[in-house]
Design a protein around this ligand. Structure first.
Ligand code: HEC
Ligand SMILES: [Cu+2]
Length: 310
């Protein structure tokens, strides 16, 4: 495995390292200040020394006290703002991001590319292009951890987790599972191979094309019976799914939710939980009928349906 754990790739890694260095430096400063005062006072006021002790309390003026409370509050708020905005930057993937689905299972990572290309425990991505990952687990909780990108995302069964990154330097970077997931946990290793866009396109061409997640989802949509209710001309009163992804959905109980990947997955597995306003709760529960991979295929297919093509 080439590429050291501490090697760095991507803009997020840079800002994370800067934040980490500043927080560490600041902690060391506070440590030195406190330790210095402890040592200084212990020497000055040691038993037997002839300093005047009754005046000590006057050392601390009101202004100084107000000053340090204000200063530390401002410093704390500054770090809060900095860490939060760094985290929020990670929250939503850019619209032009390349989408890759990851299935985690004991003890491997399975990746499927938009064109259906699949790979095991290795993920090839182009440099300089945002990549959005949609992660599912087939068994227990895993955690997708790429130290070089300074990114880690828990993958909980029954939920679709999302994360994104943009690698800037071609190279091979270790991929680890950072959640103890059974006896083979320490062997749940992989690699992220970042390639120049031209090399990546050539690599993709050289791979045998798989069935394709979206194509598999389209077939399932009919074979599992979804189209019976959701197809455009259906006699059943069910919502139109084209253009659903990313839309605000008003629910029967008054809440309004964003139709992200997790919402679509829940709509299939737990249809009773979020009922769309204006519809009867007649959708059957598919939790026992579909496995994780089939659900991932359906979610990918529904997400691919654009609003203008019903
Ligand atoms: C018996 C008819 C029926 C079948 C079969 C059915 N659905 Fe539904 N579905 C509905 C109805 C009615 C709603 C709206 C009420 C609700 O939210 O449960 C709905 C809601 C949804 C939603 C949320 C839509 C929105 O606008 O927020 C999704 C996603 C969905 N279904 C996907 C599927 C998939 C995938 C399948 C096949 C595995 C399927 N449905 C099978 C009737 C059905
Ligand atoms: Cu794991």
């Amino acid at each position: 495995m080439s590429g050291a754990f501490w090697s760095r790739a991507g803009a997020h890694a840079e800002s994370f390292d800067r934040l980490f260095a500043v927080l560490t430096g600041f902690s060391v400063l506070i440590l030195l200040l406190v330790a210095g005062l402890i040592i200084g006072f212990s020497i000055r006021f040691r038993s037997g020394s002839k300093v005047t002790r009754h005046k000590v309390s006057r050392l601390v003026h009101r202004e100084i006290e107000i000053g340090w409370i204000a200063a530390t509050a401002i410093v704390a708020l500054f770090f809060f703002w900095w860490t939060t905005s760094a985290n929020l930057q990670q929250a939503g993937a850019p619209a032009d991001a390349m989408e890759i689905h990851i299935e985690a299972k004991q003890w491997m990572w399975k990746a499927s590319h938009p064109d259906g290309t699949r790979e095991l425990s290795t993920l090839h991505v182009p440099a300089g292009r945002p990549v959005a990952l949609y992660l599912n687990s087939q068994d227990v909780i895993h955690s997708f951890f790429v130290p070089a990108f300074r990114l880690k995302q828990d993958v909980v069964p029954g939920r679709t987790a999302t994360m994104w990154f943009e690698a800037d330097k071609p190279g091979t970077y270790p991929l680890l599972c950072a959640e103890y997931c059974g006896t083979g946990h320490s062997k749940m290793l992989g690699e992220i191979v970042v390639m120049e866009p031209g090399d990546f396109a050539a690599w993709l061409d050289s791979r045998p094309e798989g069935a394709g997640l979206i194509a598999a989802g389209r077939a399932l949509f009919t074979s599992a019976g979804c189209s019976g209710c959701h197809a455009a001309g259906s006699a059943v009163h069910a919502p139109e799914l084209a253009g659903l992804y990313g839309r605000q959905v008003p629910l029967a109980d008054g809440r309004v939710v964003t139709a992200d990947a997790a919402y679509i997955q829940d709509s299939i597995l737990l249809p009773r939980r979020d009922i769309v306003a204006g519809y009867a709760p007649i959708m059957p529960d598919f939790a026992d009928l579909l496995d994780e991979e089939e659900v991932a295929a359906l979610v990918a297919y529904i997400r691919s349906l654009k609003g203008d093509t019903p």
